[in-house]
Design a protein around this ligand. Structure first.
Ligand code: HEC
Length: 258
């Protein structure tokens, strides 16, 4: 009887381990679609970073991109800012505190100027992923053949100009490659970026600037995640305390039954 129970237990443990392994590898496969992306490493619980990200967004992105699901009043609440701070620092064109972040450019004009209308960025972090946006904003490089003067390694031929060039500077793409004269083709592979013109930020500062911006986009794509994480921590703390109580109670109850 005991041996059988042991065997069943064994099977159960092996089964559980296998299942955990399966889930783990499936999660890994889902996460690792494009290995060329750089990791954003942003942290939505970092309120100071979100505040900087909001400032970056309204100063450098909202001229072309709206965030139509985001209300200024909600920003004030979630980012620990007073309504006055929001009005003074994040709103420039006479919006009211309960308005959403819109763009003043008309979509027809935008399409006319850029060939394609800049997408609303409310949910972009969910549809593209934070690592994608982080890499995208770091991968503009000089390309005289493009109307904007720059191209992008992550989204080749993009219509978006390198709007952050004054901060990052301008970089050149360096390729590794051999030309195969016989077949008249060039095998070239991207190697690295090389700074051609210094920007006003150092590379580390620019990374931080982009990380904060991406962090803000991550937050607006799912504002509830701040609350969810907070609640999750409290539930875990409760479970741990509850477990301790239950454990000592059980010890107390069973101490005479042996
Ligand atoms: C001068 C206008 C302009 C500004 C300013 C601007 N963008 Fe864009 N952005 C565009 C256009 C146009 C597109 C569409 C690009 C395309 O589809 O090729 C775009 C596309 C994007 C995309 C989607 C890329 C994809 O894979 O579809 C992201 C993400 C993005 N922008 C982020 C930003 C962020 C973050 C900022 C602020 C730092 C910003 N943009 C500022 C014009 C702009």
């Amino acid at each position: 009887m005991k041996a059988m129970m042991k065997k069943t237990f064994h099977k159960l443990v092996v089964g559980l381990l296998a299942m955990t392994g399966l889930i783990w590898s499936a999660a890994g496969a889902a996460a690792g679609g494009n290995t060329a992306l750089q990791l954003a490493r942003n942290d939505v619980s970092n309120i100071a970073s979100l505040q900087r990200g909001a400032r970056n967004f309204v100063n450098y992105c909202s001229g072309c991109h709206s965030a139509k699901y985001v209300r200024y009043s909600r920003l004030a609440q979630d980012l620990a800012l007073s309504e006055k701070q929001v009005t003074d620092n994040l709103m420039f064109s006479g919006e009211r505190i309960h308005d959403t972040i819109t763009v003043s450019m008309r979509p027809e004009d935008a399409s006319h100027w850029f060939g394609t209308a800049p997408p609303d960025l409310s949910l972009i972090a969910r549809s593209r992923g934070t690592d994608y946006i982080y890499s995208f904003l770091k991968s503009f490089y000089l390309d005289p053949s493009r109307p904007t003067g720059t191209n992008n390694l992550i989204l080749p031929g993009t219509a978006m100009p390198h709007v952050l060039w004054e901060l990052q500077g301008l970089q050149r793409a360096v390729y590794d490659g051999e030309s195969d004269a016989e077949h008249n083709v060039v095998h070239k592979q991207f190697k690295e970026f090389e700074l051609a013109k210094q920007g006003s930020l150092s590379p580390q500062e620019y990374d931080q600037f982009v990380r904060d911006t991406v962090n803000f986009l991550d937050y607006i794509a799912e504002p509830m995640q701040l609350e969810r994480r907070n609640l999750g921590m409290r539930v875990l703390a409760f479970l741990i305390i509850f477990f301790l109580f239950a454990y000592f109670l059980k010890k107390e109850f069973w101490k005479d039954v042996k």
